[in-house]
Write a protein that binds this ligand. Sequence first.
Ligand SMILES: NC(=O)c1ccc[n+]([C@@H]2O[C@H](COP(=O)([O-])OP(=O)(O)OC[C@H]3O[C@@H](n4cnc5c(N)ncnc54)[C@H](OP(=O)(O)O)[C@@H]3O)[C@@H](O)[C@H]2O)c1
Length: 234
Amino acid sequence: MAPFRPVVRNRLAGSARRLGLQRVPLYQVHQPNPLVPDSVTMPGMLHLLDNGRIGAVGVSNYSLARWQAADAALGRPVVSNQVHFSLAAPGALEDLVPFAEREGRIVMAYSPLAQGLLGGRYGVDDRPGGVRAANPLFGTENLRRAQPLLDVLREVAAIYDAAPAQIALAWLISLPRVVIPGASSVAQVEANAAAADITLRPEEQAALTAAARAFRPVSAVRTLAQRVRERLPL
Ligand SMILES: NC(=O)c1ccc[n+]([C@@H]2O[C@H](COP(=O)([O-])OP(=O)(O)OC[C@H]3O[C@@H](n4cnc5c(N)ncnc54)[C@H](OP(=O)(O)O)[C@@H]3O)[C@@H](O)[C@H]2O)c1
């Protein structure tokens, strides 16, 4: 259903009920709708803002151009954009982060640990299962290509007596200000929260950024083709 004003209002009502809130501080559009422009969605969001039902409007998975289009459609700043952003996927550094810095907005990093790759424990002989088995990042060639980045991460982690995952988060925290890591244990939640206390020196931040930019993963198609080849009997 196209997100016209009544649809947006109903969706907010459902979200607020599930969260147990009267007023939702930040209400985010999950992803850009390829068929429905923001000029359709944002009037509904503006209505919620004006009525005090939400505190701010955010988006997710928006390009810079679409974020700016959402701004124009709302007639006010869309305060945040939650995007795929990590040392293994640093694309937001090129446009979203500079825009956010300039305009006082927030880039939120999701999958900040590259689904566990930046935890540093996976390799060709030890890959994660479940849905991550299909993630091209855990394909043989990409695990190989990620090694120089993981080496820099381990080197910086050793300086702080920290885990590689904590350094991956510390690198992000100074950039987009908000990270939302996942975790598969309480210990990981605690370690990830403690990463907020690590302040990297500029040269460490720069070394990690350079390693992130140098990481060039191969495509999902190439990873799939390699996976098929690896399973064929010789
Ligand atoms: N807006 C969107 O479209 C969107 C899309 C995707 C995700 N998200 C959100 O982003 C959040 C996190 O994403 P994510 O779970 O995909 O990725 P993530 O934070 O990059 O990776 C989480 C995984 O990393 C490993 N890990 C976590 N802490 C660790 C630590 N301290 N040391 C070592 N390994 C650690 C764990 O896996 P193992 O221990 O099993 O290796 C964990 O399951 C979720 O809340 C999700 O809702 C949003």
